[in-house]
Design a binder for this molecule. Sequence first.
Ligand SMILES: [Cu+2]
Length: 514
Amino acid sequence: MSVEHGRRAFLTASAAAAGGLLPAAALAQEQPPGHQGHQGHAGHGGPVGGPNDRGKLTPGRRRAGEPPVPVEAPDVPKLFWEMKDGVKVFHLHAGHLRREFLPGMWFDVWGYNGSMPGPTIEAVEGDRVRIVVHNDLPEPTSMHWHGIEVPIAMDGAPGLTQEPIPPGGMFTYEFTLHQNGTYFYHSHGAMQEGMGMVGLFIIHPREAFSPPVDRDFALVIQEWAILPNATVPNTSSMEFNFFTVNGRSAPYMTPMVVRQGDRVRLRMVNFSVIDHHPMHLHGLTFWVTGTEAGRIPESAWWPMNTVLVGVAQARDIEFVANNPGDWMLHCHMFHHMMNHMTSMVGPMTTHSRGPGAGGDMARGMGMPNGGHALSEEFGPRLGRGTGENTGEDRALRTGPQPGQPGMPAMQPGQQGAGGHAGHGAPLGRTVPGFPQDMSMMNMYTPEQVAKLRRPETRGMRRNWFTGVEGLMSVVRVLPPDLYDKVVSRQGEVADGASVPGGGAGADPHGGHKH
Ligand SMILES: [Cu+2]
């Protein structure tokens, strides 16, 4: 479609939509000659409302009529099944496991088959499935199939529809799938859900939707309250300091590597305790094509770059990966963009002893009555008890502990944003509010960095992980030759190759030394 044609179509559409109001027409006419809008990017183009508007129905590389591509849930295994008399038979074992949210940071959670989230069930519309749930926990449980229209006796609501599965017991669920879309399974015990008992249940249509996607990713979002020196989530807390995508906190979540020009689907399930997450994608415009109830008709798709995924909801988005680079996908709630709330309680982690319990209200809220705001007496604090180890006399930091084996020494007052207080940030103590954004001071040992550097991160800037935290992931849109090298794990790839013009990045363990 020519630019001229596109402009005429746009004018016609505007006139129809806005009753021929002048501003829309004037705006279109003001476009400078040669302005191509999205047509400047391969894969995008077309007027507003047209089939290729912001890539809406722009095909990727896959032909229509083929079966759907398998779903990929980074960092989570798939659940194997066996065909018995025309029924796909799955086994899920509910139990305790330890999950490494961040390199070296293992937490005690509950899940299925040794994974949290549990392994992904992938099925096709029309399948008859039998899922045997074995309870390896010391308390009763049951399984609910979220959004799936099952017979009532299969719904997994304890008491209401079935006897709970006792410890050591099992229950066989069996039903036929007549829907397709992004669903999930979870324990129907509230606190068990808070321990991580969830997994994806993806049901493909028999034939791929048009235009078909080349890649299909699924993500489970969760939030956690894990108090200082604890490894067990506090499931009764309503404030959260860890956020995970598929059971890992950024930057440990494996990036999604796609080839430039691919049409990509991302399915996001929010299994958080109480928070909705506005999931924002940098550099790419997507269309919302599905909910927790399945496909949305094309006429109702919305173009967006930030979609609110409410608790227990799913949002499927699709986009054409036309813009090369390493793009953040993240929750835009500021407090969800950090691990162990380092940034929010920045001063606590560096300039004072740590998050002590509150004392009186003024002190609890961090209201200074004398001295400076970062003094031991008046430094910000959480304003409430956060556990028996966090009294005034035993204040503890969340996050890396000074002197912890393998951790670099971090002493109060030694570090600050942009360098080290005392010799890196001379204005620090005179600027009200300092310090706030401390993400760049997150320190990783060489061993931790080695874990962050996986084959999927080849070609990223050397210190890419310093600003990728909390409820974040990365979508890497790579030009074909770079994509081939990264995926095949062959050939030389320079640091920073996927961010042209961005440089190789500072070596996190080079340069500034003590
Ligand atoms: Cu969020």
